[in-house]
Design a protein around this ligand. Structure first.
Ligand code: NAP
Length: 312
């Protein structure tokens, strides 16, 4: 294994979604020459979005991968370095902090964690193959593509109802498929959804299979009470069954909430001095490109101040 342990980086950024790339830009402009361990794909969840129309400054919208490319070029221009690799272990018990990828080891004075969150999957046949071809995990990103189309939403929580209501702007009908006969979502969202003429519910039902070759055409549904299976034709399927933060690496090292999101203070500081977190790894509420990028910038500013305070 190549050992970079003798070199102590000032800042390592784990992850290359909008939070990581904004942190890289700010740390680079502070002349910290940050090293970004990109993870499996540059741009994180945003890069998987076809068009982003709500990132300020792009009135015509911007492709998710194009935005990721612009953000990384922007950071690179000021001196950020990219290592196209995945961190496999982290030792935060001593300083400098130690990190390992499959082939290398790194030491760093500060760490900015921007490993993001991943939408939970149904894990049923057809889901993987038809993602981006009718199956989506983001109504804000993809709702527009279902203008006057028939869509279904899976889930019974606040996200399913809020995003289902959002989808009624475009879709001709929104059918919410929930595995129980009682919603988890709050009363206000329930009332709004129940009163929306475009929204209907299928209760006690799970999606067993997602069907289609080039594009989604129908769902195989199963009623949990009767055991009856049926075919449900649909153009789009939006899955909102919760998110899971990518925090397994830091399990016993950092304070997290009950769902595994890393806890930070207002300054993006985690429970460990010198370790900062930004974006969806710490945010279960907003989950937007612009808010993640803002948090990434803030984390880099704080990491810079932390380094300066140690050098005084
Ligand atoms: P959530 O509250 O965990 O709800 C997930 C939903 O998906 C539940 O209804 C659950 O069913 C269902 N589900 C889970 N696994 C499933 C599976 N394998 N198959 C079918 N259904 C499955 O997640 P969320 O709605 O994303 O909300 C996350 C947090 O953000 C919550 O605290 C929520 O209050 C908050 N939030 C708030 C707002 C708002 O206030 N406007 C908006 C969005 C989110 P069961 O009910 O049967 O468990």
């Amino acid at each position: 294994m190549e050992n970079n342990e003798n070199k102590v980086e000032k800042v390592i950024i784990l992850g290359s979604g909008p939070a990581g790339l904004a942190a890289a830009l700010y740390a680079a402009r502070a002349e910290l020459s940050p090293l970004v361990l990109t993870g499996t794909e540059i741009g994180g969840q945003a890069a998987t979005t076809s068009v982003i129309e709500n990132y300020p400054g792009f009135p015509e919208g911007v492709g998710g991968s194009e935005l990721a490319d612009l953000l990384s070029k922007n950071a690179e221009k000021f001196g950020a370095r990219f290592e196209y690799d995945v961190a496999t272990s982290v030792d935060l018990s001593k300083r400098p902090f130690q990190l390992a990828t499959y082939g290398k080891q790194f030491s760093t004075q500060t760490l900015i964690i921007t490993t993001g969150a991943s939408p939970n999957k149904l894990n049923v046949p057809g889901e993987k193959e038809l993602t981006g071809r009718g199956v989506s995990y983001c109504a804000t990103c993809d709702g527009w593509f279902f203008k006057d189309k028939k869509v279904a939403v899976v889930g019974g929580g606040d996200s399913a109802l809020e995003e289902g209501l959002f989808l009624t702007r475009y879709a001709s009908s929104v059918t919410i498929i929930h595995r129980r006969d009682e919603l988890r979502a709050g009363a206000l969202l329930q009332k709004r959804a129940m009163n929306n003429p475009k929204i209907s519910f299928i209760w006690d039902t799970v999606v067993e299979e997602i069907n289609g070759t080039d594009a989604l055409t129908s769902l195989t549904l199963k009623n949990k009470k009767t055991g009856h299976s049926s075919n449900f034709p649909v153009d789009g399927l939006f899955i909102f069954i919760g998110h899971s933060p990518n925090t397994a690496l830091f399990k016993d090292a950092l304070k997290m909430d009950e769902k595994g999101y890393i806890e930070t203070d207002k300054l993006m500081q985690t429970s460990l001095a010198g370790v900062f977190a930004a974006g969806e790894v710490t945010d279960a509420v907003y989950r937007q490109v612009v808010t993640s990028a803002g948090m990434g910038a803030a984390a880099a500013i704080q990491a810079t101040r932390f380094i300066e305070s140690e050098e005084e």
